[in-house]
Design a protein around this ligand. Structure first.
Ligand code: MN
Length: 259
């Protein structure tokens, strides 16, 4: 039996300790290939680079860096004509330095790298770890989930393509709990400052605090209770309830010119 190919990426960059820990943890499951951004790309979400060429650089056997975003890295790995010997069975992204709970998934490059795989039909997993957490613990959790995905998902269904999001707390982990996305409520201030020449500059997403909505079935809640959270994410983003409620509704538009 041929070993499955596991494609590993992240948004913290190829040299981050999290991606090394993830690659090592997944090694028993198959042939691990790492294709990742050449530098930190956190919070770049799902952007791709269309306005300049990309460079792919080999760092070691099965270890490559792309001078682009997390989605670029996975896109390149999946579509490059000669890079990977076979199509991956799984894309695994992480281990991110910091959490991707609740609405973080919209900003996260870690989740986007996994989502790029899922959008291309490859089952995918994103793994994030609370600051100061144990990467070996997160690696063991990633391996357990990845192993389960490889073994069980073909029976559970690959359409739509599964995309799972895991967050591991720092400290003792009680176990893994299924949860839906919660709401993370950030202290969303804009810090206005002056540079030495008198020009104004801004800091957003600063060190302000974050609070979690207290809904018992959410990832934020189970995480706060000491569990690693597991959330399946949907690629279908249509608000179907709203489509129904808007049936027969059409805003009055100004008269339109042209053919
Ligand atoms: Mn990151």
């Amino acid at each position: 039996m041929t070993k499955p190919l596991l494609l590993v990426s992240n948004d913290d960059g190829l040299s981050s300790p999290g991606i090394a820990a993830l690659a090592e943890a997944l090694e028993p499951l198959g042939d691990v290939w790492v294709v990742a951004p050449d530098r930190e790309q956190s919070a770049t979400s799902h952007s791709i680079t269309l306005g300049r060429p990309l460079r792919l650089k080999r760092h070691a056997e099965r270890r490559y860096a792309v001078d682009g975003t997390p989605a670029d890295a996975v896109y390149v790995a999946l579509h490059h004509p000669t890079l990977l010997p076979t199509r991956p069975s799984l894309v695994v992204s992480g281990i991110n330095r910091g959490l991707n709970l609740g609405n973080d998934v919209f900003y996260s490059g870690t989740v986007a790298a996994a989502r790029e795989g899922a959008l291309r039909g490859v089952p995918a997993l994103a793994v994030s770890l609370g600051r100061g957490g144990d990467r070996a613990v997160a690696g063991r959790i990633a391996r357990a989930v990845a192993e389960k995905m490889l073994a069980d998902l073909p029976a559970l269904g690959l359409k739509p393509t599964p995309l799972l999001n895991v967050n591991v707390p720092a400290g003792t982990v009680k176990g893994l709990k299924l949860a839906r996305l919660g709401a993370r409520l950030y202290d969303d201030a804009v810090e206005v400052r002056r540079d030495p020449r008198g020009g104004e500059y801004l800091w957003i997403g600063g060190p302000g605090g974050v609070k979690h909505e207290e809904e018992p079935d959410t990832d934020t809640f189970v995480f706060d209770a000491g569990w690693a959270s597991l959330t399946p994410l949907a690629l279908e983003m249509t608000d179907t309830a709203r489509v129904r409620s808007l049936e027969g509704w059409a805003p009055a538009l100004p008269a339109m010119q042209g053919k």
